[in-house]
Design a binder for this molecule. Structure first.
Ligand SMILES: Cc1ncc(COP(=O)(O)O)c(C=O)c1O
Length: 221
């Protein structure tokens, strides 16, 4: 087979051999249902818990805060709609930017059609949001700020540490779509006050169909 040279690793990456090797037993040998009570299932439950610990250690989270989803879009939907529906009684305002991935923009559009108010922040010529504009748009109804860590088309990296500080100061949930960042950038969810974070294995040599979603359990508003 002729080898192709594939440069669009922002779209996806190949699965590294060591990843395939680590995964192989769970497809061919230990394929039990992790929710079952017998050995072959319980072993897999332990493997899932181990994977949770590994993901948590990468972003300085706690294993119980890691949820596995089927795709990055599912993680974004779950984060944004989850916070919105759970906090509807406390406020109906969400702040995002105009250059988010469709999974974020379309989640926000759906919420708008259901009565939520969404502010779409402008970005400058480098794709950066203005932190003063972000803070000035927070009202007593604001429940969520959702700003991506790194942009999938122009590569802009937002100042998520400062965004996290603003969210903390105003007691607002902070979600970041870090699908393009994890694997390339070190992110510490504690240091950056991130409440919810979406990441995606296939962007850094993992398999497609395995994404994670980090959700802290503390109540904010
Ligand atoms: C920034 C960003 N968010 C979310 C997604 C959605 O991921 P998925 O295709 O796994 O649903 C992508 C995919 O390219 C992305 O680049």
């Amino acid at each position: 087979m002729e080898r192709i040279r594939y440069f669009d690793h922002a779209a996806t990456t190949y699965v590294k051999e060591e990843v395939l090797e680590a995964m192989f037993p769970y497809f061919a040998l230990n394929y039990g249902n992790p929710s079952s009570i017998y050995g072959i299932g319980r072993q897999n439950k332990m493997a899932i818990e181990q994977a949770r610990k590994v993901v948590a250690s990468v972003i300085n989270s706690k294993p119980k805060e890691i949820y596995f989803t089927g795709c990055g879009s599912e993680s974004d939907n779950l984060a944004i709609k989850g916070v919105a529906y759970a906090n509807r009684e406390k406020g109906n305002h969400i702040i995002t930017s105009k250059i988010e991935h469709h999974a974020v923009i379309n989640s926000c559009k759906t919420l708008e059609s259901e009565g939520f108010r969404v502010t779409y922040l402008n970005v400058d010529k480098y794709g950066k949001i203005d932190l003063n504009e972000l803070e000035n748009n927070i009202t007593k109804d604001t429940i969520l700020i959702t700003i991506m860590t790194a942009n999938n088309e122009i590569g802009t990296i937002q100042d998520i540490e400062k965004i996290g500080q603003i969210a903390k100061k105003h007691n607002v949930y902070f979600h970041t779509d870090a699908v393009q960042a994890i694997g390339n950038l070190k992110i510490d969810v504690e240091k950056c006050n991130i409440d919810l974070l979406s990441l995606s294995a296939h962007k850094f040599y993992g398999p497609k169909g395995v994404r994670s979603f980090i959700c802290k359990t503390r109540n904010k508003i």
